[in-house]
Every structure is written in structure tokens, then in C-alpha cells.
Ligand binder design. Structure first.
Ligand SMILES: Cc1ncc(COP(=O)(O)O)c(C=O)c1O
Length: 285
């Protein structure tokens, strides 16, 4: 890991966010490394996102707020989440249906704890989230009524925008996304708090998110290390140039999340000098 590049990426994000009123809640899954998270706090991060309960458990060491961006459903994971809340971790959860909300409420109250919950909205990716305003109303109403849950806002993660290469297409799709956010926020205003959390945003669409923002916070994660693309690598010798057997080849890693998860530690360099060794604390978590 190049420490100077890391700091320069963080400086760039801080500069972009400065004065916009939008806060940065970086996604921890991008690096899974508490040393980087500590740096991100230094550079203005306001809490973190976690993809798994395991990541949230690791992040609890930082005494910061954690948004679990994936929906938790199994008894085991709901039990772990309730336990984490009971130990004082400031944890926010997401739901996209009334049954999950009910299960969360039961798991939390059984351990005498409670949590803030956001309604997850599908932005067109088809990964998770309510597919319409009407669909979102059901879990939102349910959360309002259930013990142990407080409705905090909406999650609308539109990561597909980052993968549109053509800037005009990206801006067009982003305009649709803005419409989606505004529609949901307005239609659910009677249930949402006065200043709801409206969270989403990925590194490739950060600049668009900050123009007349509709999100209150961005979840950009790979901005710390910078993905090239979500591609796997391959050595291509078809040009005829072939390195000798045993040659050591340095590769630029195109997608940080799954690559970093292959290592126990990161060697941190400044130029050619090894300056630190950081644990990948949430490897496999
Ligand atoms: C829910 C969620 N939020 C935030 C991110 C971070 O996006 P990026 O690494 O493009 O900044 C991801 C990445 O996949 C994600 O799934």
C-alpha cells in the first residue's frame, strides 16, 4: 500500500466534501483495516459502513457509529447484532420488509437493546431494497410501531452509476437517481424524522452526488485505495514478449475489496521504503 497515495486520496475526498454539508461514512469493506479507518476519521469520516456483522464487530473497537448496509435476517446474525448494541456500539441497521423489521425488534428487545433503522430502497440494481414507494411504506410503518426500533431515514445505494464509463450517461442516470431519492423522501415524509439520514453514494459518482446534494451522507469506500474497475487480472503474452520463468511481476490491483481480503497484513510503503505493516483486521469477517 502506498501511504502517500492513500493520504492524497483522502485529502482529495476531504476537499470535495468541504462546505457541501454532506458527510462521509466510508465503507469499511473496501480495506477492512482499522489503521486506515483511523486515518479516515482524522480526515473527517463520520462513522463507517459495514457489509457484514463480522465487519461491524471489528469496527466496534473504534468507538464510532456503524451502519450495517446489508440486511440481517438469520437468528445467529440478529443475535450478534443485538449483542453488539447491548455492548454500546452505535449501530444502525437497514430493512426492506416488515417481517425482517419484526424479527429485528424481537432480537433487540430480547436483549434489552434498541437500534436505529433505515429503509433500504432498490435503486435499480436488484440486489436488495424496496422496489417502490408503496413497498417502502410497509416496513417504515412497521419500524415506527415496533419496540426497540427507531426510523432514522433511507438507504439508496446506486453503485451501478460508478461503472458507467460515458460521463454523459452517468450524469443522465444520476439525474434519474436524484428523482428516485426525492420521490421517496417526499412520499415518506410523514414517517421520517425531520432531518433524516439519506445515505448512499459510491466513489465513481461522488462528484455528481455533491452537486446540489440529495444525500445527507456518502458511503464511498474504494476512494481510499482507488479501484480501477471490478475486473480480474490476466497476463497476456500474445504480443510475443514473454518474461523468463520465475520472473517477479508487479501487478496493479483493479478491485481493492476482494484483493485486500486475501492478505493478513498490508505492507505500507513511502516511495521504496517500508514504513509500516498494518493488519487487515476484518479479513474473512
Ligand atoms: C452498500 C455499499 N455502499 C458503499 C459502497 C462503496 O462503494 P465504492 O467502493 O464504489 O465507493 C459499496 C460497494 O460496493 C456498497 O455495496
Amino acid at each position: 500500500m502506498d501511504r502517500d497515495a492513500l493520504r492524497s486520496n483522502m485529502t482529495a475526498v476531504r476537499r470535495l466534501l468541504h462546505g457541501t454539508g454532506v458527510s462521509h461514512r466510508p465503507h469499511f469493506k473496501a480495506h477492512k483495516c482499522l489503521e486506515i479507518s483511523r486515518l479516515q476519521i482524522e480526515f473527517g469520516a463520520n462513522g463507517f459502513c459495514a457489509a457484514t456483522v463480522g465487519e461491524a464487530e471489528v469496527l466496534a473497537a473504534l468507538d464510532t457509529s456503524v451502519l450495517l448496509t446489508s440486511i440481517v435476517f438469520s437468528d445467529t446474525n440478529l443475535g450478534r447484532v443485538a449483542e453488539l448494541r447491548a455492548t454500546g456500539c452505535e449501530l444502525t441497521l437497514v430493512v426492506d420488509d416488515a417481517v425482517t423489521a419484526q424479527r429485528m425488534s424481537s432480537a433487540l428487545t430480547a436483549r434489552g437493546s434498541a437500534a436505529e433503522v433505515l429503509i433500504d430502497i432498490d435503486t435499480g440494481r436488484g440486489r436488495s431494497g424496496c422496489g417502490s414507494v408503496d413497498e417502502a411504506r410497509q416496513p417504515a410503518q412497521q419500524v415506527e410501531q415496533l419496540p426497540g426500533l427507531t426510523l432514522g431515514g433511507l438507504q439508496l445505494y446506486a453503485g451501478h452509476l460508478s461503472h458507467l464509463r460515458d460521463p454523459a450517461a452517468r450524469a443522465r442516470e444520476h439525474a434519474d437517481f436524484r428523482g428516485l431519492v426525492t420521490r421517496h423522501r417526499e412520499a415518506l415524509a410523514d414517517l421520517l424524522p425531520a432531518a433524516p439520514i439519506i445515505t448512499g453514494g459510491s466513489t465513481g459518482s461522488l462528484v455528481l452526488e455533491l452537486r446540489d446534494p440529495v444525500l445527507s451522507e456518502v458511503q464511498c469506500g474504494s476512494c481510499a485505495l482507488m479501484d480501477v474497475e471490478y475486473l480480474h487480472g490476466r497476463l497476456d503474452f500474445t504480443s510475443g514478449h514473454r518474461p523468463p520463468t520465475g520472473a517477479r511481476i508487479e501487478c496493479g490491483v483493479p478491485h481493492c475489496d476482494p484483493s485486500i481480503n486475501l492478505f493478513d497484513v498490508a505492507h505500507v510503503v513511502s516511495g521504496d521504503v517500508l514504513v509500516d505493516v498494518w493488519a487487515i483486521d476484518a479479513r474473512g469477517a
